[in-house]
Design a binder for this molecule. Structure first.
Ligand code: HEC
Length: 118
């Protein structure tokens, strides 16, 4: 059988150009780029944590307003301890909820990658 390369080549080029943002990651997708605070971690904290952990309203005495705040809590082990608890555990964060596995994996990988800021 003879392939029509004029058809196949554009399809190959197009399919290699698709871009995946962190929001599109499913639980099984490997994280292929270095994880950065500004692009990967801050959006998770802003949408899931900041309403209860800011400088005006710091639940448990913890504000997560900026890179230093989040890094300090992650380095101490406290933040990852809280987000990796089982659903239903009274200490799980966010309260009464659970982060998607992809978000938990990003935060763990951020630590492994050395807490890059941007
Ligand atoms: C609805 C409010 C609420 C949200 C949303 C929330 N928290 Fe909390 N958090 C609390 C409260 C209240 C406490 C203090 C009681 C306790 O320790 O469980 C607390 C305590 C903590 C502590 C322990 C305090 C410390 O310094 O060790 C950590 C860590 C924490 N939260 C992380 C997070 C993270 C990360 C998120 C987002 C993924 C988050 N929280 C989202 C209310 C919240």
């Amino acid at each position: 059988m003879k392939y029509n390369w004029l058809y196949i080549i554009p399809v190959l080029i197009f399919s290699s150009c698709t871009n995946t943002s962190p929001d599109d990651l499913t639980d099984n997708d490997p994280i292929t780029e270095l994880v950065k605070y500004d692009t990967d971690i801050a959006p998770i904290i802003q949408s899931q944590c900041i309403q209860c952990h800011n400088s005006n309203f710091a639940s448990g005495g913890l504000a997560l307003e900026n890179y230093t705040d989040v890094r300090t809590s992650t380095e101490s082990g406290s933040l990852i301890d809280r987000i990796t608890r089982n659903a239903g555990d009274p200490l799980i964060m966010p309260q009464n909820s659970q982060l998607p596995a992809a978000s938990i994996n990003l935060i763990i990988q951020w630590q492994i990658d050395g807490f890059l800021e941007n």
